[in-house]
Design a binder for this molecule. Structure first.
Ligand code: URP
Ligand code: ZN
Ligand code: ZN
Length: 450
């Protein structure tokens, strides 16, 4: 299929300009003023913004976690992504014990390939580096998965020694480590304390994982990365002290990257006092206003590199398991459909520029995670394109979302502007509220950081 998107305003990470975009065979083939190409259909984008599709580098689809499985499978999660202007989704695979990293990738790819509606990539969540498993990271890199995550928390979290080994290995093989940074001992101690005092509501999920629990782990993880001179990416950064540690490390010249999530930019810990507070339970939890302000400031000065969602939804009945005991609430919230619309709405409301929204949600994720065909509207790149109507008012409701989850923490949030069309490799997959994609359209994105 060949078409040209005419009369729109193209947004990149650095500029906004009027030009037409021509697409053929899934690729962008020309960009210029007044393109007139024979045999090309015309899509009129007058008055609209034309943006590169977003890359959500942090999702958990069909992930076994918290005694259940996250409620969006590869189809539902990628369908929701497409309807929110996200055209590449990164999923975290959890390595099994005694499983080679590349085998974990192949195991998950077999599930994902038939179902994905937009392109997808993987990170491996590392659990076991015993024997030759540490060396097996290299095969995963060669397969096109050069990014690994270590968890400092949860029952599958790694020890300090494993974290150190993985960081060291990553340097040798052209990989990069991401870290979920919270102090596990502190969390366990605080959980035990509150439960023993009969304090069991969702508020005590926050109280067990307050600001310093995350800050301390951020600082410790950064100190190891500095010591080894290894790049490190901090996922879902949500606290002021951690932001300060990232800023300092960057100023000192270290390759420390930080991701935050829309939920930390929009909600504070006050949500855990709500009757439906358990629906907001995720780790790290939303923090206080000071942390939220610090994250926005860091975005504006350029110390946050990416925004991603940590999409990990659970149904209401699963969240309800923890009505009287916050320990039983599966951790995670839906968000993959909300990221780009929320960040673009914040741009439309004047908090950041549209270029900044594109930088955080598309260009930086593509560059930092080695997706060379993604991240901007340029000739030769995949035609992953979003047409955005700045004037469309949109109120988020579970009824206009496309996830399989039966609720959304974003219920009632009012957005200024909304995507009206999403193209995945030149195919229209979302049109004015309607999903038009199909299972299996999305393909594995082989990546390299070299
Ligand atoms: O609460 C969360 N974030 N659930 C998903 C797993 C993780 O920590 O990223
Ligand atoms: Zn995490
Ligand atoms: Zn996560």
């Amino acid at each position: 299929m060949q078409f040209v998107i005419k009369n729109g305003t193209i947004v990149s990470a650095t500029e906004m300009y009027q030009a037409d975009v021509a697409v053929a065979d899934g690729k962008i083939v020309a960009i210029g003023k007044d393109l007139s190409l024979e045999g090309y259909d015309v899509v009129d984008a007058a008055g609209k913004l034309v943006l590169p599709g977003a890359l959500d580098v942090h999702t958990h689809l069909a992930m076994p976690f918290g005694g259940t499985i996250s409620s969006d499978d590869y189809f539902a999660g990628t369908r929701a992504a497409a309807c929110g202007g996200t055209t590449t989704v990164f999923d975290f695979i959890l390595q099994d014990f005694d499983e080679k990293m590349v085998d974990a990738v192949k195991r998950r790819d077999a599930l994902c390939a038939p179902d994905a509606a937009v392109d997808y990539a993987f990170h491996v969540g590392v659990k076991d580096v015993s024997g030759d498993l540490l060396d097996s990271m290299e095969e995963a890199v060669e397969f096109g998965v050069p990014t690994f995550k270590v968890f400092m928390v949860y029952d599958f979290g790694v020890s300090d020694g494993v974290f150190y080994k993985v960081l060291q290995k990553s340097k040798e093989i052209g990989a990069r480590i991401s870290v979920h940074a919270e102090n596990n001992e502190m969390v366990n101690m605080l959980v035990e304390k509150y439960i023993s005092e009969g304090k069991t509501s969702a508020w005590y999920h926050y109280m067990s994982r307050p600001e310093f629990v995350e800050k301390e782990a951020d600082e410790r993880a950064i100190s190891w990365a500095k010591e080894l001179n290894a790049p490190l990416y901090i996922v879902h950064l949500a606290n002021k002290g951690g932001v300060e540690a990232v800023t300092k490390a960057k100023d000192e010249g270290y390759e420390i990257y930080a991701e935050t999530c829309p939920q930390y930019l929009h909600f504070t810990n006050e949500v855990y006092k709500r009757e439906d507070g358990r629906n907001f339970v995720c780790s790290p939890p939303m923090k206080g206003q000071e942390s939220q302000d610090a994250i926005w400031d860091a975005i504006i000065r350029g110390d946050i590199d990416t925004v991603a969602t940590d999409h990990c939804p659970f149904q209401s009945y699963e969240k309800d398991w923890g009505k009287d005991d916050f320990r039983k609430i599966p951790n995670g919230c839906a968000g993959v459909e909300n990221m780009y619309p929320y960040m673009l709405s914040m741009a439309n409301k004047g908090k950041i520029s549209f270029q900044k929204a594109v930088e955080l949600c598309s260009e930086n994720p593509a560059r930092l995670f080695g997706c060379k065909d993604k991240g901007s509207l340029s000739v030769g790149k995949d035609a992953d394109i979003v047409i955005y109507d700045k004037d469309k008012e949109f109120t988020i409701s579970v009824d206009n979302m496309h996830s399989d989850c039966d609720h959304t923490i974003w219920e009632g949030a009012e957005l200024k502007g909304y995507p009206v069309q999403t193209y995945s490799k030149g195919r229209l997959v979302f049109d004015n509220g309607e999903f038009l994609g199909e299972r299996g359209w999305g393909k594995f994105v082989k990546r390299s950081l070299k």
